[in-house]
Design a protein around this ligand. Structure first.
Ligand SMILES: [Zn+2]
Length: 195
């Protein structure tokens, strides 16, 4: 793919590989070319990471900032819920201005009967959990929101006692890593960081 001929997004500060292509694409893999081509063609990609043997998974968008000046999005939770489908729905709603993506905003219309909350992701989580996103973006600015869902009693993680680690299997990425409860998310992102 000749990325120099690809259309770019509207005028907002973006230093991604489409706006500012590297001098050489020699070290790009086939998957890299495919992802960049898909973002140029359709606006964004949703990537999903599951590890069925190790517990919860997570999904995230790449391209919303480049294409529309919207924050990138992430959700996390059990492997059997539709994280990537929900993110795709949220991105479509935001693209059509049917929902507003800003920190602490309620987000409806994504998960049936559920009010999600958008929380700004602490940038220390970007590289360890969202490598494809930071690779594509190359450098800031790169706003990102986690769409957080409540448990069956409509409680969000911040409604529970500090230190709870198993709330619907979600990461709590609005927290700085050192303030995040110990457990699977800190181990995944940082190995034995702080434990
Ligand atoms: Zn860009």
């Amino acid at each position: 793919m000749d990325i120099s001929t690809q259309p770019t997004g509207p005028a907002h500060e973006c230093h991604c590989v489409l706006h500012e292509p590297p001098a050489s694409l020699a070290d790009w893999s086939a998957a890299d070319h495919r992802m960049v081509g898909d973002i140029a063609a359709s606006g964004w990609q949703v990537l999903r990471t599951d590890d069925a043997t190790a517990g919860p998974g997570w999904a995230f968008t790449v391209g919303l900032w480049h294409s529309y000046g919207l924050p990138e999005l992430t959700m996390s939770g059990p492997v059997d819920v539709d994280l990537d489908g929900w993110l795709d729905t949220a991105a479509r709603l935001a693209r059509r201005r049917l929902t507003t993506l800003r920190p602490d905003a309620p987000i409806t219309g994504v998960v049936d009967g559920v009010e999600l909350r958008a929380k700004a992701v602490h940038p220390a989580w970007y590289a360890p959990l969202f490598g494809a996103m930071t690779w594509f973006a190359q450098q800031p600015p790169l706003p990102m929101l986690q769409l957080v869902w409540p448990d069956a009693d409509r409680r969000y993680p911040w409604d529970l006692d500090a230190g709870v680690t198993d709330h619907t299997d979600q990461a709590q990425l609005w927290l700085a890593p050192e303030a995040h409860p110990e457990g699977v998310w800190r181990r995944r992102a940082f190995g034995s960081f702080g434990d």
